[in-house]
Design a binder for this molecule. Structure first.
Ligand code: MSP
Length: 530
């Protein structure tokens, strides 16, 4: 590993196990996977965590509806998430379940520490509870929404409870100062502004426990020293980021570099979590990146509409176009900014054809074909390296790195795509297939084809974290095997291809897709266990 090895710790939300995984869960995990792959390639010491959030009321309700015990239902769905992420090729280093002892004992210890320091105290709470979101909403929000959930529209419940409270109000100034002096802490800016607007209306202390009911199964994490209260599921869940790495070997990874989440859970991550960490004397994460939502063909995805892009649908796309094609579509067209993104089949095909089949796929095969034909499958000798191309490749690699460091994966990938467009323009302008007819133009032809091949190789390195299977294949066809000790920077530097290196044509990396073909349908399987 290079000397400037840094820890890179990336997390996803831990997902509720009341139901099966769908595209939203896959998407955030894919973003994390891509960042993790990039940082591994950079030579960083990476830890990538995902998992499941199991102590929610809605998990217990879903289990009861199916006549299953809470843990039976949690096991089924936690395995479904684990299996889905394995199938999709995500490279998480661990998968935490909040029902595991390693998590529960540490949550108790952290809460105990907060009780001892006086940051957690016992008091009364009366409020509007949104059962569909597992959270209380403020009186204002409740009123504005006619006492219905602002997210799902389901009626709110008025609840009065004796509760343990966390002194959130105490950390307001410290949090504001942190946000102010760390401009990249909450991203993108639109989300930061939303959070700041809400903090400025004042932070109240928040309940962090729930009374244990007479019919409650033995699940959840009891408040230390009080078995009549359980830790509120959201507090229990947030701690996963710390409990999983709170071991002698893993502690070096704290603070997390990036918490990837969507807009629905921003407040918990950008306000409550940092304040809990401040109360514990822990460093704060580098960044909370909150993306927006996928919708489908213009409509919100919901249970009632039954229009979720679920795992079988993702699988159907992967089978039809390849896992990398689906990754590419999600990563480049997804809701990274502050607006939602539409999953539309026509857009999928358009993106696939433009950037993959007619983009890097076509450029690679055109150039490999010419090298096969005019130079017997061996990389031609450019003589001197071309400063213009060297500069251009370095510029695209630098832009790519800057964007990916800001978690703007879609922008990073656009830098790679732009490099390929430059190759296309260059081929059109210099017309190497015409020069090939003239023996006196051999040197020029060799230079042009070297520049094309080398630019394609570098674009493939930039695409590699997003398109691991196809780009590994392409790189090996271009004599670029990735060995231990290779880093992103060394691989993306001009001059990697050496004269005489073999260039293999191979089959099309991305077959052109028929724009009129219907969207792939999931295979009919036996009814899911639900
Ligand atoms: N269990 C909590 C999170 C606790 S984290 C300490 C939770 N779980 S969830 O199963 O509802 O997952 C929410 C997350 O799933 C979102 O923040 C987002 O990452 C992802 N998505 C769920 N639906 C989504 C879309 N339609 N589009 C994009 N991502 C979405 O909240």
């Amino acid at each position: 590993m290079p000397n400037d090895t840094q820890s890179f710790y990336v997390t996803t939300p831990i997902y509720y196990v009341n139901d099966r995984p769908h595209i939203g869960h896959a998407y955030t995990t894919l973003l994390a996977d891509t960042l993790a792959r990039f940082h591994r390639l950079r030579g960083d010491d990476v830890f990538f965590l995902t998992g499941t959030d199991e102590h929610a009321d809605k998990v217990a309700t879903a289990a009861k509806e199916r006549g299953k015990s809470f843990i039976e239902w949690a096991d089924i769905n936690a395995n479904a998430f684990k299996g889905a992420f394995e199938e999709l090729g995500y490279t998480n280093d661990d998968f935490v379940r909040t029902t595991e002892d390693r998590h529960k004992t540490k949550v108790s210890a952290f809460i105990k520490k907060l009780m001892d320091s006086g940051d957690v105290y016992l008091g009364d709470y009366v409020g509007w509870y949104d059962t569909s979101q597992e959270e209380y909403v403020t009186e204002n929000v409740a009123r504005e929404n006619d006492y219905n959930s602002p997210v799902t529209g389901k009626p709110l419940e008025k609840r009065t409870e004796q509760n343990y409270f966390f002194k959130l109000s105490k950390y307001e100034d410290q949090l504001l100062a942190h946000i102010d002096s760390n401009p990249g802490f909450i991203r993108p800016d639109a989300r930061k502004n939303e959070v700041l607007g809400r903090i400025k209306t004042g932070l109240n202390d928040i309940p962090i426990s729930r009374a244990v009911g007479p019919d409650d199964d033995d699940w959840g994490i009891y408040i230390p020293g009080d078995d009549t209260h359980r830790v509120y599921v959201w507090i229990d869940a947030l701690f996963n980021y710390l409990t999983t790495i709170d071991t002698p070997n893993r502690r070096k990874h704290w603070p997390a570099s990036v918490h990837l989440i969507a807009k629905d859970i921003l407040w918990f991550h950008a306000v409550i979590w940092p304040c809990l960490l401040m109360a514990l004397g822990e460093d704060l994460p580098g960044c909370v990146y909150s993306h927006s939502y996928w919708i489908r063909e213009g409509r919100k995805m919901s249970k009632s509409l039954g229009n979720f892009i679920d795992l079988p649908t993702i699988r159907a796309y992967n089978d039809a176009y390849g896992n990398d094609a689906m990754r590419y579509y999600l990563l480049t067209q997804g809701p990274m900014g502050a607006t939602d993104a539409d999953f539309a089949h026509a857009k999928f095909i358009e993106t696939y054809n433009a950037d993959l089949a007619n983009g890097i796929g076509n450029a690679a095969s055109r150039v490999a074909n010419m090298i096969a034909k005019y130079f017997d499958d061996a990389c031609p000798d450019p003589g001197e390296h071309c400063p213009k191309w060297q500069e251009s490749a370095a510029k695209h690699a630098a832009e790519y790195t800057r964007h990916i460091n800001d978690c703007e994966i879609h922008r990073a990938l656009a830098s790679a795509t732009e490099l390929i467009r430059e190759v296309d323009r260059y081929i059109n302008e210099t017309a190497p297939f015409k020069l090939a007819k003239d023996e006196t133009k051999r040197t020029e032809l060799a230079q042009i084809l070297y520049n094309c091949a080398e630019a394609i190789r570098i674009a493939a390195v930039l695409y590699l974290p997003a398109l691991p299977a196809t780009m590994t294949d392409l790189l090996s066809r271009f004599s670029c095997e990735i060995n231990k000790g290779d880093t992103f920077d060394s691989l993306a530097t001009w001059g990697g291809l050496k004269p005489g290196d073999s260039i293999v044509k191979g089959d099309a990396l991305f077959m052109r897709a028929d724009a009129d073909a219907p969207a792939p349908e999931p295979a009919q399987t036996a009814a899911a266990d639900s």
